[in-house]
Write a protein that binds this ligand. Structure first.
Ligand SMILES: [Zn+2]
Length: 614
């Protein structure tokens, strides 16, 4: 017997990190952080003297020792800044009115930007010196742990402008490109729209309306989508100005950075994801091949909703006619995930049990909590935390499995130097998606009726239209928009046409109508710090399917290979990682094709069930 009161999870324990946001321990770490930053600034005075002559310094130059000193100080400072920020964020997530945690966040804001400024001379120095000097710098034990980062950064050193120009561009960006990004988030936070829910018109913000696109009622989803688009239509000139300015800013910088060789607008996102341009091109061409399979899923989904085609409001539609049971209690969810993880290797199951026993998972339900889920970790204690609001639905179990996958990734890396524990976005979702698939497969095996099987397969297969149709639609729009923007700013009507063409190119006949306003309604196009915030999702999805496929192929040897792969994610490019641990060449289509093929039988089952049940 499970009472409703027993469904939600327990509160997490953060006291192992700090007793409170205003404790003496927090104050001591803030003081220490200030001392470290001041010490780096002190060393910068020496390092800055060498910056203008960096290209000609010799490997025995005194600046190298100074640079190594700065690196050592930065290791401790980054840890403190990260832990304090995480602690405040964890507290605010659970209670958005937590005054002392909000004050701590405020105290960290200025410190974070001061610290960022303090580190930039070291980055500049390491980018500007020649290879021999870098090797001399990397001879130091501490500094050498960041070898991959230093050398990876240097791959773009041909783009460097003069020191003064770099500083000017950086300083102007705050009220330039980033201001356009901020304008967009302000707009999306204040825009209102009217949605028809159960026959009544209700006024609400964009975020609330987009929450309605998760509803099982087709009419509500469509009404929400139409209202959101009408709201954005009222701001169409502003959005077009913002997007033209963001792209124009980047293109201008590319032009100016093309002194030594041509700099393309895709160079920066590709580099940030630690992949090659060739890999991106192959990935997109395999996505193109996978379109028929993804469209079959979309058509089966349409059938389940009793229509011939899906609408642009159906991207996040839940499985229809799902009768949710009384809910899965938190402890039961942990037991299910533990058992599924256990089937990979008992160590993975034990990890789940430990996360629950040590109360490293937040699962309570409260009005003050921030929505969503995440995984974070504290670098001083080397311990992970998982944040969720656990309400007992199947999607909550999958979310928990996802975040525990992230936590496991961090856990197997915890003894590595800090610099080797951060990875690119392209492979960031490997362990989480793997954790999800393992649990979903176990649930599918355990499902006792077709309705339950259909529900699980819906969640599983809907990833195909999302990643193989929607993400490439975004990518194609953005790429073509940048190409056209080279010539001149695009008018809103042109942007709508470009967007509609991209929808039609990828969705084809399975879509009832395109979404011409998607370039305005999708936040991702306006993230001023990162361009092309789309293809990494596709990469991550197909990459993790490839890892999952290894489980069957390697059998008992899989676990060790999996952990070895995860441990290398912070010190290799994605291509090196795949070559070493999966024997795969990411620049060639085979690996990606195998990932797509691994979904075939699930899509067949899904289609059969859709035909049988609806
Ligand atoms: Zn994730």
């Amino acid at each position: 017997m499970v009472g409703a009161g027993n469904i939600a999870g327990p509160a997490w324990d953060l006291t192992s990190e700090y007793p409170d946001a205003e404790s003496a321990e927090v104050a001591a770490d803030l003081t220490r952080l200030d001392e470290l930053t001041a010490a780096i600034e002190g060393h910068n005075e020496t390092l800055m003297e060498f910056l203008p002559v960096a290209p000609s310094v010799e490997p025995d130059c005194a600046a190298i020792g100074v640079a190594q000193q700065i690196y050592r100080l930065s290791e401790e400072a980054s840890r403190l800044l990260g832990d304090l920020g995480n602690y405040a964020n964890c507290r605010v997530s659970v209670d958005s009115t937590d005054e002392s945690a909000l004050r701590l966040q405020g105290l960290l804001q200025r410190r974070r930007s001061r610290y960022g400024d303090a580190l930039s001379p070291l980055e500049q120095f390491l980018d500007r010196v020649d290879d021999r000097v870098v090797e001399a710098y990397l001879e130091d034990d501490a500094a050498s742990s960041a070898r991959f980062q230093v050398l990876h950064r240097r791959k773009r050193r041909h783009e460097l402008l003069s020191l003064e120009e770099e500083r000017l561009a950086g300083a102007l960006a705050e009220d330039g490109i980033h201001a356009w990004g901020r304008l967009y988030s302000q707009l999306s936070g204040t825009l209102r729209c009217r949605v028809e829910v159960a026959g009544a018109q209700r006024e609400m913000g964009i975020a609330a309306a987009s929450g309605l696109t998760l509803r099982v009622d087709d009419g509500v989803r469509e009404s929400a989508w139409r209202s959101i688009n009408a709201a954005w239509e009222s701001q169409i000139e502003t959005c077009a100005a913002a997007l033209n300015a963001i792209a124009g800013w980047r293109l201008e910088l590319c032009r100016r950075r093309s002194i030594r060789r041509d700099v393309h607008f895709l160079d920066s996102p590709v580099h940030a994801n630690r992949i090659d341009r060739e890999t991106l091109d192959t990935l997109m061409s395999v996505a193109r091949e996978a379109v028929p399979l993804a469209q079959r899923v979309a058509l089966a989904q349409a059938r389940a909703y009793g229509k011939a085609r899906i609408g642009p409001w159906d991207g996040r539609a839940p499985a229809p006619r799902v009768v949710e049971g009384p809910g899965i209690a938190f402890d039961e969810a942990i037991a299910q995930i533990r058992e599924a993880y256990d089937s990979v290797r008992p160590e993975m199951g034990d990890f789940v049990a430990m996360m629950a026993e040590r109360r490293w998972i937040e699962g309570t339900v409260s009005d003050h909590k921030r929505p969503g889920a995440y995984c974070t970790r504290f670098m001083k204690s080397k311990t992970p935390r998982v944040y969720t609001t656990y309400t007992g639905g199947m999607s909550d179990v999958i979310t928990l499995a996802h975040e525990l996958g992230h936590a496991f990734h961090g856990w197997v890396m915890r003894d590595l130097p800090d610099a080797q524990q951060t990875y690119g976005m392209s492979i960031a979702e490997t362990a989480s998606t793997f954790g999800e698939s393992v649990v979903r497969d176990a649930l599918l095996d355990a499902a006792t009726d077709d309705a339950a099987r259909f529900h699980i397969l819906w969640e599983d297969c809907s990833a195909l239209p999302t990643f193989v149709l929607n993400i490439p639609t975004r990518f194609e729009f953005e790429q073509k928009f940048y190409d056209l923007r080279e010539e001149r700013p695009q008018r809103p009507s042109e942007m709508k046409a470009l967007m509609s063409n991209a929808w039609e190119a990828w969705y084809g006949d399975c879509l009832s109508e395109p979404d011409p306003m998607f370039w305005a309604s999708k936040l991702h196009f306006y993230i001023s710090g990162t361009s092309f915030y789309n293809f990494p999702y596709l990469f991550g999805y197909l990459f993790s399917l490839g890892v999952h496929a290894q489980r069957e192929r390697l059998g008992a040897d899989f676990y060790d290979a999996y952990v070895a792969l995860l441990r290398d994610t912070g010190r290799m490019t994605a291509e090196e990682l795949a070559q070493k641990h999966l024997g795969a060449d990411l620049t060639k289509p085979d690996f990606w094709r195998a990932s797509v093929a691994s979904m075939h039988s699930k899509v067949e089952q899904f289609e059969a069930l859709a035909a049988q049940l609806f």
